[in-house]
Structure formats: structure tokens, C-alpha cells
Design a protein around this ligand. Sequence first.
Ligand SMILES: *Cc1c(COP(=O)(O)O)cnc(C)c1O
Length: 247
Amino acid sequence: MTDRRTELAENLARVEDRISAACAKAGRNRDDVTLIVVTKTYPASDVRILSELGIRHVAENRDQDAAPKAAACSDLPLTWHFVGQLQTNKVRSVASYADIVQSVDRVKLVTALSKEAVRAGRELDCLIQVALDAESGDAGRAGGSQRGDRGGVGPDGVAALADAVAAAEGLRLGGLMTVAPLAGQYAGRPRAAFDRLAEIASGLRAGHPAAKMVSAGMSSDLEDAVAAGATHVRVGTAVLGVRPRLG
Ligand SMILES: *Cc1c(COP(=O)(O)O)cnc(C)c1O
């Protein structure tokens, strides 16, 4: 084994232990939580090693990096998640390789994704990204669809956006995604944030029973996400190492 392969295998084993322990503590089956490895800023060679080590879900947040990486790894049995803020002029490219877009946060994006999915003859799973620092009552980002630096729609805007995705040709509503907020009432309280996401997800399933995915939790807070019922955790640093630059 190469050094990098050994390093990734050891890191994966540690993350696997953490997920298993969190599932056991929460009384959940390990199979009910999917590990998505966030490979942003790391090379296609790492993605290839991860695939050999059994990883089936990878995520990227920038089309410029993701598109060539996905092309270089097109022979691998991977599901590609797009988790970054998405500009409409990148949608055609993203729709060509992404299987799941987790960062849907406005109707304009739904329209563009639908058009490009149909054009590519693909079905895209979409998650609505919820900005929990845009709760009504929180100063600053309150007001439903207002967007901050990290994207996402406020809880008040989830239902309308979900209906738009569900009605759009070429798109399937998969569920919800969030990133633990840095501001507002949930800042520094990832468990409370993920509990709130679970509550919104449960409301969503009342109208859209197939929208079962709840994507929450990263390297630092995956235990909180598992405890709150997340179905998918997105882990970068704990598997690949501290990123060389912001990504
Ligand atoms: C980078 C990123 C992650 C992974 O974060 P780590 O702290 O490196 O585990 C998860 N979700 C999103 C949306 C990201 O951009």
C-alpha cells in the first residue's frame, strides 16, 4: 500500500468507528447512515483510492474542480454529490456528472437544473439546503428566501421550494441538507440545529413521503447529526486531512 492509501484507510477506519459508535448510542442501525466523503481540493487520485477502499459517495463544492475530477473518475462506481453554492451558469456542467445536488436554495436554480437534467437525459436528486441562521425571529437573515454567504433557504421557504422541485421535470425531491450555522440562535449548538432540521424534514415528508434524505454533520459534528437522525453525513477533513486552502 502507498503511504497515502494507508493514511486514508486509517482515517476512514476512525470515521467509521465514530459513525458506528454514534449509531449505537442513538439506537440506530449503522446501515441507516451513509458516509459521503467530501473530496474538494483533493486530487482524483485520492478519489480513486477512496473508491478502492469501498467508498461509494463523494461530494464536491466547486464545479471548476469537480468537473475534471468526475471525468477522471468516470470508470468508478461512485455517486457524486454537489454540495456547494451553485450559480446558474454552472448548472449545465454540474447536471452532466452530479447524481445529487444538495444545495438547492432558490427557484431559479430549480428551473435551470430541470432544464439541464432534461437536456442531458438524466434524473437529478435534489436536496433543499436549509439556512438555519435564517429562522424568522433571527436578526439578519430572517425572511425565508434571503441568502447569506453559505447559501440555503430559510425554514419558511422550504415548502414552496420543495413543491417546485417535486413538480420539475428531470428532478426528484430527495430531502434536506444543512450546515451547522455560525450565526443566529443555533450558532455553536449543532445538536439543536440538526434537531431543528429533523423537525423541518419531518414536516416535509408529510407532503413528500419519498423525500427521506437528511444530510447534516461534517468532521466536527457528525455525532450530533447521527443523534438527530441524519441519513447522510458529509465528511472531508477527518478522512482526507486539513485542506491546503479554503474550499
Ligand atoms: C467542506 C464541506 C463539508 C466537509 O467539511 P469537513 O469539516 O472538512 O468535514 C461538508 N459539507 C459541505 C457543504 C462542505 O462544503
